[in-house]
Design a protein. Structure first.
Length: 305
């Protein structure tokens, strides 16, 4: 892979200028369409979420198997945008050549033997969304400590973007507990009944981690059938699981206003097929990839640069 220096102005690419101009237009148009749909869905859902803090739904642009130049274009025009990656090696390479200010989410299947490397070495790592065991939580906690010297992030982001994503928690690594809401053996995640136990463990035993919320990747058939009017069973399950966790852990979201510790857990649910239905169900964060970037190439043909 060609070694490139991080830049905030020019995307790392060898493509002709005219081709990059067309790509820029396409990406920005796609992103604008998605953000408009998110805003519309959020406005329709706001009345049913009145008991929780009203913050903009966070969009994570899933850039797996897409070139760094695509990410650079979107980051240059939208510096507050978050990006999600599924593969550790790809994320490591991209984080080294792209600007420090990018907020990265790891959303892929999490292997125990890669947790320390992920937490320690990925520059700009904002969240890990696929925690499903105490062992992995411990290893992430350890890696974050090795990276930062007892938890103070070396590349913490100091500027907020208006949705609570500033540097208040820069000394800890945000994590989402992944819940297998569909019960499919092919899906990662813990069973809903185990969520309270793992969430409690993270809060009590992993001082360098911040429990940000719960995440799910639901069944494809349910995803395709989801509309704002047709509730997705996976989203119902995750929302109910959050309520149970908040209640059992004594968080504000699960109790009477004014009680608890003043914390609210987020829901990371909804992708290209179903994010509007997810927002209607109270999602705080949606993960959208192909609708922004277009179809992905086969993994073996993908190029970072």
């Amino acid at each position: 892979m060609t070694t490139l220096q991080p830049s905030d102005s020019s995307p790392p690419t060898s493509a002709p200028e005219s081709e990059m101009s067309l790509r820029t237009t396409t990406l920005l148009a796609n992103l604008s369409a998605i953000t408009a749909r998110i805003a519309s869905a959020s406005a329709n859902a706001s009345q049913t979420q009145s008991q929780r803090p009203q913050r903009p739904v966070r969009l994570v642009a899933v850039s797996k198997l897409k070139p760094a130049s695509d990410i650079q274009i979107l980051h240059h025009h939208n510096p507050a945008l978050h990006f999600g990656e599924n593969y550790l090696q790809e994320l490591l390479e991209k984080s080294k050549i792209l600007p420090r200010g990018i907020r990265w989410h790891f959303i892929g299947g999490l292997q125990s033997n890669k947790c320390v490397t992920l937490a320690r070495d990925v520059r700009g790592l904002w969240a890990v969304e696929s925690v499903d065991s105490e062992k992995k939580a411990n290893l992430l906690d350890r890696g974050w400590g090795e990276r930062s010297g007892e938890g103070v992030g070396k590349d913490a982001i100091a500027v907020g973007d208006g949705d609570g994503d500033g540097d208040a928690d820069a000394d800890r690594l945000r994590v989402f507990v992944q819940v297998n809401t569909s019960g499919e053996e092919s899906k990662s995640g813990i069973e809903p009944a185990e969520a309270v136990r793992l969430c409690r463990y993270i809060r009590e035993k992993c001082p360098r981690l911040k429990l940000q919320g719960l995440m799910t990747i639901g069944a494809i058939a349910r995803s395709k059938a989801t509309t704002p009017e047709n509730e997705n069973e996976d989203f119902v399950c995750l929302r109910e699981t959050r309520e149970r966790v908040e209640t059992e852990l004594g968080l504000l979201g699960g109790g009477v206003e004014g009680e608890g510790e003043g914390e609210w857990l987020e829901l990371s649910m909804g992708m290209s097929e179903d994010f509007e239905g997810a927002i209607a169900m109270g999602s705080n964060q949606v993960r959208v990839g192909s609708t922004i970037f277009g179809a992905r190439p086969p993994k073996g043909e993908a190029k970072v640069v």
